[in-house]
Design a protein around this ligand. Structure first.
Ligand SMILES: *Cc1c(COP(=O)(O)O)cnc(C)c1O
Length: 366
């Protein structure tokens, strides 16, 4: 069979590295694909659909209302625009020029992350002026409170493995500071798995990616109070217009949220124990199963590569596998460690990975 993958010369990749935007986000389940093709077959009143999807987001997150987005990145821009312009059409149409409205968005310096693009830029897209406080590895509640003033529009808290994990002001302290000064708190929880936990902390606007933990199409969402979500959706008449979400994506996101609610997370530990035992037989490789560094219910197989025994170091081994279309989690390869993430990996792809790794380490070219 001739496929577009072949025509384009871009074959499907085996993803053992996790939820990676660079590898296309999530592979979709059949139910989600069916929902998206159903959407593609009909016209629909988009404003009504967007409002209805907001209700589905509210149900999944335990909030009053929601706003669908193209991703968590646009979610940040739209949330910032919403706290600056509200539902005032003139202000909405003037953004990213905030005029005389308060527009400073305060964030801990250790949260000023790059997730593929800088979060500062997403704040600026929404008309905000990022104000980083403290140092890269030390930010206290006093840093936040001291920076809050009449020009403050919001506090931003980034819940992510990208952020500095120690020495930072806590979310509880951030919310307390926001409450005390009457300033809304935005939480970017893009890749988090527990959709109800982060709004329950008292944060005013919480942002998730739809293509990461939720396993949906490339999409995202904001959730929070009815008033703030109305303000978020109103931005589609302004800066969010070039970030509009198509009907197919909206249907896919809803179906993914419904399936996510009924799925049991985790459960990959036993599978990874088996894989680790198999790969430990290979020359130059030692393995163990490790829990996620950000505390999510994910277990990965860690490979430690002994360059002498394996005939190449971890970085080179990862590159050789990638050349065969197999992508491991390699951000720590300089320390000699590679990781296999079970979530996006089908059993047949896992076998392909084992076979290719065995061929490289035991076969020719050693
Ligand atoms: C991935 C990520 C984003 C961007 O999410 P998209 O859905 O790809 O737009 C934003 N913030 C953080 C912390 C992320 O990890």
């Amino acid at each position: 069979m001739h496929t577009l993958h072949q025509d384009l010369g871009v074959p499907p990749a085996v993803n053992a590295s996790g939820k990676m935007t660079a590898l296309g986000g999530s592979v979709l389940g059949e139910g989600i694909i069916a929902a998206m093709s159903d959407a593609a077959r009909h016209h629909v009143v988009m404003d009504d659909l967007t409002t209805a999807v907001g209700r589905e987001i509210a149900r999944a997150t335990g909030t009053e209302d929601g706003c669908p987005t193209t991703g968590a990145a646009s979610g940040v821009a739209i949330a910032v625009a919403a706290v600056i312009a509200g539902t005032d059409l003139s202000r909405i149409e003037a953004l990213p020029d905030a005029g005389d409205a308060p527009c400073e968005v305060i964030l801990p310096r250790g949260h000023s992350v790059h997730f593929g693009a800088p979060i500062r830029q997403m704040i600026a897209l929404g008309g905000g002026r990022p104000v980083e406080v403290g140092s890269a590895n030390k930010v206290t509640a006093d840093h936040l409170s001291g920076a809050i003033g009449p020009r403050t529009a919001a506090l931003l808290y980034v819940q992510s493995h990208h952020a500095v994990q120690k020495g930072m002001v806590t979310l509880a302290q951030t919310i307390e500071a926001g409450r005390r000064h009457g300033v809304p708190v935005i939480v970017d929880a893009a890749a988090e798995e527990d959709l109800r936990h982060w709004p329950a902390t008292g944060a005013d606007l919480v942002i998730y990616s739809g293509g990461k933990a939720v396993g949906g199409p490339t999409s995202g969402m904001i959730c929070g109070s009815a008033a703030l979500m109305a303000a978020c959706r109103a931005q589609y008449n302004g800066i969010a217009r070039p970030m509009k979400v198509g009907k197919e994506t909206l249907f896919g996101l809803v179906q993914a949220l419904r399936e996510y609610g009924s799925a049991t997370p985790g459960g990959h530990r036993a599978r990874m124990e088996k894989l680790a035992a198999r790969l430990a037989e290979l020359p130059g490789i030692t393995t163990r199963v490790v829990a996620d560094e950000a505390g999510r219910d994910i277990h990965r197989t860690e490979l430690t590569v002994d360059a002498e025994g394996a005939g190449r170091d971890a970085t080179r081994l990862a590159a050789e596998l990638a050349a065969h279309g197999i992508h491991l989690r390699d951000h720590q390869s300089l320390t000699g460690r590679l990781y296999i993430d079970p979530r996006p990996l089908r059993p047949d792809e896992e076998e392909r990975l084992v076979a290719q790794l065995t061929a490289l380490l035991e076969g020719e070219g050693r």
